[in-house]
Design a protein around this ligand. Structure first.
Ligand SMILES: [Zn+2]
Length: 431
């Protein structure tokens, strides 16, 4: 893509769509088992569905089963290529999203922004230094009492910005591009249900959080563990040599866990174990904890350590005093994605081409990409350009969202070029 074409991103369109979508309340509900968990999400998906039609996509479909909206921008090239996918989520975090009123600051001057009329909530560059990166840009914030919803409506707007570019430039060649919009990411439910037979791509990217230049393809491997301690109740006056106190056992167990592998002492690619709760009495005690690790081997080692500890306690206090049950929660897509370095290299190459500094970052939490990768489509996360997610200080600039559109166009065009000299060997499957 030439420099001129780069300037052809329709920033007014991106801004308009973003503001429109932010106004739809799509807060997901962790206490609801419906698909999706809130009606507002379907409302927005239907609005986007119409937009995909306007943009000339085909194979547009919404399934009530998984609540995913998908569509295809068909290849317009004779070059044999494979399909690439992009994914964004429509729901917003568990924070007030009623009556979101996006505020637009053109040519942002780098000063404090008073979000609400009472001036209680202030976006202060002294507190949020990343604001200074956006001086001169068009900044969008919420109005004090709600979140904005840049997570992930900035991803949606950036994605539509790419589709608009290809509609406006029919001569710009590209292969098949599939897009998917899903629900309930914030509560970790949406992508679990995604029927990927509806999304026939070779690889995909989520456009969630992060800064321009970021790529994340390793997240935690995650498991939860429940430990049950059975005591023996005896009158304290006659307890000598007889009483086994479940609560004391539970405390001793917690004390035996590694002290440095806790969230408050872990960062970047370091894992941890965290005690979520500890309750009980003399007869019975229960400890719940979670295990997180980027590296599969050390994840398994952490789980094994718990099992070994349980064995040691049962040797010390008698058989079946302690029982453990563990459940895997989600899996890092890292192992899968590392088998297909092309998926990451393509993005690094695109970033370099655009003059962005590529940064491979750890994603310290679950994402849609974890579930989609687990289903077999390698899916790293890129960025959406917003900041201060999940609360009233959230903001994004129109320029950041446009940069996302440009990134996606660059990826698509680079992929087409690479297909020319990849001897058409699909990364993983024929499409
Ligand atoms: Zn998100």
């Amino acid at each position: 893509m030439g420099e001129d074409a780069m300037n052809d991103i329709d920033t007014a369109y991106i801004e308009q769509k973003f503001v429109e979508y932010c106004k739809v309340n799509t807060r997901s509900d962790p206490n609801n088992n419906c698909v999706p968990t809130t009606k507002g999400q379907v409302e927005l998906l239907m609005i986007i569905k119409n937009e995909l039609q306007e943009l000339g996509l085909t194979n547009i479909s919404y399934s009530a089963k998984d609540s995913y909206l998908v569509g295809l921008l068909p290849s317009n090239t004779a070059t044999l290529t494979t399909a690439v996918g992009f994914v964004a989520h429509v729901d917003t975090a568990d924070y007030n999203a009623e009556n979101v009123k996006p505020q637009i600051y053109r040519n942002y001057d780098g000063k404090k922004i008073y979000l609400d009329p009472q001036k209680d909530r202030v976006l202060d560059p002294a507190e949020f230094p990343s604001l200074k990166k956006h001086i001169g840009e068009t900044l969008i914030t919420a109005s004090g009492s709600t979140l904005l919803g840049a997570d992930d409506k900035a991803g949606i707007a950036g994605l539509l910005g790419m589709l608009k570019y290809f509609k406006n430039h029919p001569n710009a060649e590209h292969g098949d591009i599939w897009v998917a919009f899903g629900p309930d990411e914030e509560i970790g439910q949406g992508a679990k249900r995604f029927d990927i037979s509806r999304f026939p791509v070779e690889f995909a990217y989520t456009l969630d959080n992060g800064d321009p230049g970021d790529i994340a393809y390793e997240t935690f491997n995650a498991a939860s563990a429940t430990l049950q301690f059975k005591g023996t109740i005896v009158h304290p006056g006659e307890a000598y040599g007889l009483m086994v106190n479940a609560t004391t056992m539970a405390s001793e167990f917690i004390e035996s866990l590694p002290k440095d592998q806790v969230p408050e002492k872990s960062k970047d690619f370091e894992g941890f174990m965290m005690v979520l709760s500890n309750s009980g009495d003399v007869g019975y005690a229960k400890v719940e904890l979670i295990i997180r690790d980027f590296d599969t081997d050390s994840f398994l080692a952490k789980k094994q350590m718990l099992i070994d500890l349980v064995d040691a306690f049962n040797k010390k206090y008698g058989e079946n005093r302690v029982e453990i049950s563990m459940h895997d929660q989600y899996k890092s897509p890292g192992d899968l994605i590392k088998q297909y370095p092309y998926v990451v290299n393509l993005v690094l190459h695109a970033y370099e081409k655009m003059g962005l500094v590529p940064k491979i970052i750890p994603f310290r939490g679950g994402t849609d990409g974890d579930f989609i990768s687990e289903k077999g489509i390698p899916t790293p996360n890129l960025f959406n350009g917003g900041a201060n997610f999940h609360g009233p200080y959230e903001y994004v600039s129109v320029e950041s969202m446009s940069l996302l559109s440009k990134t996606l166009i660059t990826i698509v065009q680079l992929h087409l070029k690479m297909c020319d000299h990849r001897d058409n060997t699909p990364l993983k499957r024929k499409y």
